[in-house]
Design a protein around this ligand. Structure first.
Ligand code: MN
Length: 291
């Protein structure tokens, strides 16, 4: 039976939780904020980790992430400012800058480095880890890199702008990154002051908003309108339609969604598998030079 329009409107994805990141240090000493993958939010299936970095102090980022391995999932780097060079053992290499994306599928194993390609100035961006299903964790590594000029810009009434990195918007704009295993939607959205942003998301997906520039208002499942401020991550509850209201100022945020895998997750540093013995195997394979 077709759902009546009235009921569809009720299927709003309201906020279920708001998470604050915690300070962390990773790589060779990069100062960052860990939002997913910390005690308050160990994961949001299929997302295993979300780090945000934003600093104009070279000592916070200059050490970068020298060569290190990964197996079993994908690392996604999106830069808002600065330049970052990726290089890996499968022969992929590239530099991205503001608005560029590096989407690396580690699969059965890869060694990569992620180093700032700058000695001063602002470096700002995100790294997201997206899990792979058990049957694809040992696939060959893959790498998708796109500069800002590859990323389509959808413009809507009221001056709303969406940069579509992955997935498809309700208006049919499709991003260049393709991953059918988790069907990720990765949008960078700008909403001018006083405007309302409305978007439908696949009901089966887990989804979150990460505020880059706030504040914006979203209705919480408790019935109250909640103010999301800069650096808040808002987890969206069940439903279809997300609505966000910009207040007196322009806002910018990431809207990210993905199909949950519902599988057991075993973590061991840079490896994410389904069982502990697969993690032990990953360390052994890496030590034996099998990556
Ligand atoms: Mn890495």
């Amino acid at each position: 039976m077709k759902t009546p329009i009235r009921e569809q409107n009720l299927q709003a994805r309201k906020l279920s939780r708001v998470i604050k990141g915690m300070p962390a240090t990773d790589g060779a000493g990069v100062e960052l904020t860990r939002i997913i993958g910390q005690p308050a939010l160990p994961m949001l299936d299929p997302f295993l980790l979300l780090d945000a970095f934003r600093s104009d102090k070279p000592e916070d980022y200059i050490a970068g992430f020298p060569p290190h391995p990964h197996r079993g999932f994908e690392t996604v780097t999106y830069l808002l400012a600065g330049r970052m060079r990726h290089k890996d053992s499968a022969g992929h290499e590239g530099v991205i800058e503001s608005g560029g994306i590096q989407w690396m599928t580690a699969g059965k194993g890869i060694v990569h480095s992620e180093m700032p390609e700058q000695e001063k100035g602002l470096l700002e961006g995100f790294q997201l880890w997206v899990n792979l299903p058990a049957g694809h964790k040992m696939d060959p590594p893959r790498y998708q890199e796109h500069p800002a000029s590859d990323i389509p810009l959808e413009t809507r009434q009221g001056g709303i702008e969406l940069r579509v990195i992955s997935g498809m918007t309700s208006q049919g704009t499709t991003g260049p990154v393709v991953q059918p295993l988790t069907e990720p939607l990765y949008l960078d959205v700008r909403v001018p002051a006083g405007q309302q942003f409305v978007e439908t998301l696949p009901a089966s997906h887990n989804a979150f908003i990460y505020m880059i520039t706030g504040p914006a208002n979203v209705v919480h499942e408790n019935g109250q309108t909640t103010r999301l401020v800069r650096d808040d991550l808002g987890i969206l509850g069940e439903g279809v339609t997300v609505k966000l209201d910009a207040g007196k100022s322009d806002v910018r945020f990431l809207l990210v969604a993905g199909k949950p895998l519902g599988e057991p997750v075993a973590r061991g540093g840079p490896f994410v598998m389904n069982t502990h013995s697969e993690i032990q195997q990953a360390f052994e394979d890496y030590d034996q030079g099998r990556f």
